[in-house]
Design a binder for this molecule. Structure first.
Ligand code: BTN
Length: 241
């Protein structure tokens, strides 16, 4: 898969704009990346907002043509998280993927990922939307309602946004291509090694439930397997702490 990056000065949301292009009959090609220097209404998982100041962080969406079954869509965020974590590790930032769609440094989030399915007559695939905190300051991070960090905070060095995007694309390409060819099960060992360890205590919750247990592993499609006192539970979505 080759990539083509298109930069926009300002967009409400790179995911929303890319999706719109499919429904307005100008479908982006496989490997198209839409990136913006100023995202004004970024979307996160569970209807949350994703905030980023202008010219501060990377906000971009990548279109991946795929026939993967619906059940496999969510695990594309896990493939992308492996790519981002590898890229950051190569820059001496001790980042690790966190189920289902984050990359953390310790307990602080440095990257969030939101995948959305596209299924129109002309194209079938997923939009992988990535928000990577590059130049967010400690003051800006402290204003976010959850613990957050950035490459600047972790390394002390400011990054050029377009260079950072160019550099990290090969890492994304590697893991997303592997995911597209073999599904989550082809990444499971690498994911478990980096996002584990098996047996670690977890609290999992969303609006509807709260469960405690230990990590038993990940299923064929990226679902989390939680060992609780009631038995083994399969969790398809939620927040983990
Ligand atoms: C999350 O952590 O809940 C996911 C956040 C995803 C944010 C990115 S920024 C680029 C792309 N466009 C959006 O509107 N959202 C994603």
């Amino acid at each position: 898969m080759s990539y083509r990056i298109e930069w926009f000065d300002r967009l409400p949301s790179t995911n929303a704009y890319m999706k719109e292009c499919f429904y307005q009959n100008s479908p982006p090609e496989n490997g198209t990346v839409f990136a913006t220097r100023d995202q004004t209404a970024g979307r996160g998982r569970s209807q949350r907002r994703w905030t980023s100041g202008p010219d501060t962080n990377l906000c971009f969406s990548l279109f991946v043509e795929t026939d993967c079954p619906l059940i496999e869509v969510a695990s594309s965020t896990m493939a992308a998280a492996l790519g981002i974590a590898d890229y950051l590790n190569g820059r001496n930032i001790a980042a690790a993927p966190k189920w289902p769609n984050d990359v953390l440094v310790g307990t602080r989030k440095i990257c969030g990922i939101l995948s959305e399915r596209v299924d129109v007559p002309a194209s079938r695939g997923i939009i992988v939307g990535i928000g990577l905190n590059v130049n967010m300051s400690s003051e800006e991070a402290a204003a976010i309602d959850r613990p957050a960090t950035s490459m600047l905070i972790e390394s002390g060095r400011a990054g050029n946004l377009s260079r950072t995007l160019e550099e990290l694309i090969p890492f994304l390409k590697h893991w997303i291509e592997q995911w597209n060819a073999g599904g989550f099960s082809s990444l499971r060992n690498s994911w478990t090694e980096k996002a584990g360890p098996i047996g670690k205590p977890l609290k999992v919750h969303d609006g509807a439930f709260y469960k405690e247990g230990t990590l038993a592993g990940f299923g064929n499609h990226g679902e989390l397997l939680l060992q609780t006192s009631q038995g083994l539970e399969t969790i398809w979505s939620g927040d983990v702490s």
